[in-house]
Design a protein around this ligand. Structure first.
Ligand SMILES: [Ca+2]
Length: 145
């Protein structure tokens, strides 16, 4: 496991076929982080449906809404890029194409995934390169007076 300190960045490759993309990067709630998609390595598709990490499935068929309750992260669109701190669904957050100044609620490994239904990762296609940066700016003043 790797830790990032202010001013440091790391890139990882995210595959839509993985339910959990392990980053091997340990995030801490003392710091703020940026997440940025720097490259699409392979076009994102959910089966035959075109998608991207920011808006998810570009033209979702009407029936997909009927299955919203099956989405792993119900607050985000189908197939957007979602992050997690540890494998803890309470920490799920939308990354999309670029998320700035994210402060983790807890210290743990960073994971991410395309927002699909459990058990429906087999028909996924797409990879991207994600850059994770630990920000230099002001210290998060938690519990400090
Ligand atoms: Ca799928």
């Amino acid at each position: 496991m790797q830790e990032l300190y202010p001013g440091q960045s790391q890139i990882i490759v995210v595959d839509t076929r993985n339910k959990w993309n392990s980053s091997k990067i340990y995030l801490k709630s003392d710091f703020a982080y940026d997440f940025e998609v720097v490259q699409i390595n392979e076009e994102w598709k959910d089966d035959t449906l075109d998608a991207n990490p920011e808006i998810g499935i570009i033209s979702p068929p009407f029936y997909l809404n009927l299955f919203n309750f099956l989405k792993r992260f119900t607050k985000a669109n189908w197939y957007v890029l979602v992050g997690s701190i540890g494998k803890n669904k309470k920490t799920f957050f939308k990354i999309g194409k670029h998320l700035r100044h994210y402060i983790p609620p807890t210290n743990d490994e960073f994971y991410c995934f395309a927002n699909d239904a459990e058990g429906f990762y087999f028909n996924n296609q797409g990879k991207l390169t994600l850059k994770i940066s630990c920000l230099e700016q002001e210290k998060v003043s938690k519990g400090l007076s």
